[in-house]
Write a protein that binds this ligand. Structure first.
Ligand SMILES: [Ca+2]
Ligand SMILES: [Ca+2]
Ligand SMILES: [Ca+2]
Length: 203
């Protein structure tokens, strides 16, 4: 008889737990564009109960929980003018956890994974060592690569390079492969007529 009673106890606990107002939720996978304004919608929370009901409490925790706030059953972005969501600083994902308490007893726990979508919000920057003054022999072959520049872009964008045609000595040079940064000599050089050349390049 004792054994039968114990079995019934376990069964009734399981039944109570599955009837919790916190259930029917799920892990949350969402995305948000970087630089999004405060209040940007992230995700609904699909738990059964209205979190306004005084027996149920939702709690955000985890490494990036401070990027979110709760508004009823909605998760929104907690950014501000001085604290922008920056994919280049934070990386591609925000990670947090959502815990649902009922009468202060932890009932369910969900993972939140939000991808930060990239925007092209950084300009390419030339690597200083590739844009220093340097010498070219006056006998350098026309149509040969005489120098190579390189720029980096923290968005990971493909970079192309152009010679500003308004710059004084632009006509001495050309770029055959816009993404390579390789600058080709177009005209023969003559030390007796010019000892310095200067061009402006854009990345
Ligand atoms: Ca950014
Ligand atoms: Ca970006
Ligand atoms: Ca960029």
């Amino acid at each position: 008889a004792v054994l039968v009673l114990r079995f019934i106890e376990v069964f009734s606990q399981l039944a109570t737990s599955s009837a919790s107002l916190c259930t029917a939720g799920s892990n949350i996978f969402a995305s948000v564009r970087e630089n999004s304004p405060v209040g940007q919608f992230i995700s609904h929370i699909s738990i059964r109960s209205d979190p306004g009901a005084n027996t149920v409490r939702l709690c955000l925790t985890g490494p990036n929980a401070n990027w979110f706030y709760l508004e009823g059953r909605t998760i929104r972005l907690n950014s501000s003018a001085s604290r922008v969501l920056d994919r280049e600083v934070l990386g591609p994902f925000l990670i947090a956890e959502l815990t649902c308490y009922e009468d202060d007893i932890k009932q369910s726990h969900y993972r939140i994974l939000v991808e930060i979508l990239n925007e092209n919000d950084n300009k390419p920057k030339f690597l200083e060592e590739t844009i220093q003054p340097f010498s070219i022999s006056e006998v350098a072959a026309v149509n040969s690569v005489v120098f190579t520049v390189k720029a980096v872009d923290s968005d990971g964008d493909m970079i192309s390079y152009v010679i500003d045609q308004s710059s004084e000595d632009a006509w001495f040079f050309r770029i055959d492969l816009p993404n390579s940064g390789k600058v080709v000599l177009s005209k023969p050089l003559d030390y007796e007529s010019r000892t310095r050349l200067q061009i402006i390049m854009w990345a």
